[in-house]
Design a protein around this ligand. Sequence first.
Ligand SMILES: Nc1ncnc2c1ncn2[C@@H]1O[C@H](COP(=O)(O)OP(=O)(O)OP(=O)(O)O)[C@@H](O)[C@H]1O
Length: 589
Amino acid sequence: MITMIRYLDELLDERGRRHLRVMLAAQAGQGILQGLGFLLVAPLVTTLTTTPPDWSRFWLWAGAIAAAVAAHHALLAWSTSLGYVVGTDVLTSFHERLGNHLATLPIGWFRGDRTGPIGRMLGKGTMDVANIPAHLLRHVVVGLTAPATMIVGSFLLDWRIGAAFTAGALLCALALRLLMAIVRRNDDDYDHDIGVSASRIVEYARQQPTLRAYGVLDRPELGTLEESLIRQQGSQSRLTIRGAWGMIAFFGTLQLVVTAVIALTVGLTLNGSISLPVMIGVLVVTLRMLDPLSQLGELAGTVQINADAIGRVRALLAVPPLPEPAAPAEPAGTAIELSGVRFRYDDADGGAPTVLDGIDVDIPAGSFTAVVGPSGAGKSTLLKLLGRFFDVTEGSIRIGGRDVRELGSAGVSRLTAQVFQDVYLFEGTIADNLRMAAPHATDADLDRVARIARLDEVVERLPDGWDTRVGEAGSTLSGGEKQRVSIARALLKDAPIVLLDEATAALDPANEAAVADAIAELARDRTVIVVAHRLSTVVAADHILVLDHGRIAERGDHDSLLAAGGTYARFWHERLRARGWQLTPEGTA
Ligand SMILES: Nc1ncnc2c1ncn2[C@@H]1O[C@H](COP(=O)(O)OP(=O)(O)OP(=O)(O)O)[C@@H](O)[C@H]1O
């Protein structure tokens, strides 16, 4: 529990921390007063055993009990309302901190399989964490301080009863630890599985056409949604069943301890070791102690689940952000220089394979460079490093003579426009999607870039023109149309460097020609690096880099590379064969 409070304290801001500490003090006071109220029953009963009863002392003790009960209820009301204040502090602080932190993480960190877990953490995860101060902490703090007060006080009644309570409390603490350990282990599995299912549900909805086309909706061996849902149900049942066993162990121990203390008290009373009023006092304390302890046992599982949520928020906050320079450097031009670039993904344990292995390239400003090579060679990774989605593991990438780490992410983003394969369009109109790149662009600006990117014909065809809503992730536009929107967006941004990952999917001839024209237009007056899949793009390039297993296998222009008869020539002939074309002396698409 102390760890949980420390984590909450760490994650809150100064104001939230102050509220948390005051709330904890109020709750601890509440628990102590509750314990005292019950302990005072023994001296109260003693005043009635004299003949005549000692009424003045009776009213003194009765007054003390009434004061303890009244103060306890006042603190209860105060700490409950403080709980909501701290819960709200936690929600605000967590959303702010997580939002700020996510904005500093490398873009490449946001893989598809992370969307489910992140969404769950920002939604249910933060609610779980806010639930701790709002609803749970009071029961935990009172559940510990009230019995602790009663145990300390019971030594004043009789040391043997005090010792029995202490031994019983240790046993209960062990059982509680066991229960929480069981829940923690199984909740980790459950949370992981539910995150996977959430990602799979999104994937399942998005990939319907592919799944149906290949008739693989029912094939569990492909690791489908059904499989992940079954796994999630399994981990949920394990959490419930094993958690129930943990609860049985805790409540069994509690019953055993209570029975043993009652038997001891009755035994000591019968052999005359303790008086009748003390026996009544001990029995009242024992039975009243059951209440907060039972509540603690019932809530232990929920407390653990919510504490796990804090652990996950902390783990996310511990993902190192991309370092940003205090004073970003200014590039001198847009020539790009890669020296000794090596890169491994997610290299926390040092075991990840090297994806790029010693890349040395100079890309002159204003040139058009095509990157080709077999699947998995590292082409898209190279493009992502140029856009500073990640930092290189070794070596350096310089733009305009300055390392991208000195330029900072914002500097690199200002210099580059990116057109990637999986074009993401936001729910909104086509115009909104373009204005992301330049919020103050006029309608005339939109028309100009639309003409160049051949988006104008798409806009004219659509019933609402620029105001046509594109649907979530651009689902209402074809692949070629989405690429045209993306190219128009890059043109509107008017960055001097364009990073373009050409779509591998075949486009219809009209879209293919339009996209090729748009790329040629984009390349005018800009430094363009294209991961090229279309022969027309490759041939148009000034330089071609052939990547193979993370290294540059060949470089040069189309004619010299074809004449060399190496990897590039093989790539070229394969592509021609795939398209069923004859190799002509021009060799162009
Ligand atoms: N986010 C990632 N995390 C871990 N490994 C990755 C990640 N992205 C790519 N890889 C791995 O890095 C290697 C290079 O991938 P990359 O996408 O750069 O290749 P590519 O040449 O662009 O391939 P393709 O032409 O098929 O798109 C592959 O082995 C791939 O599995």
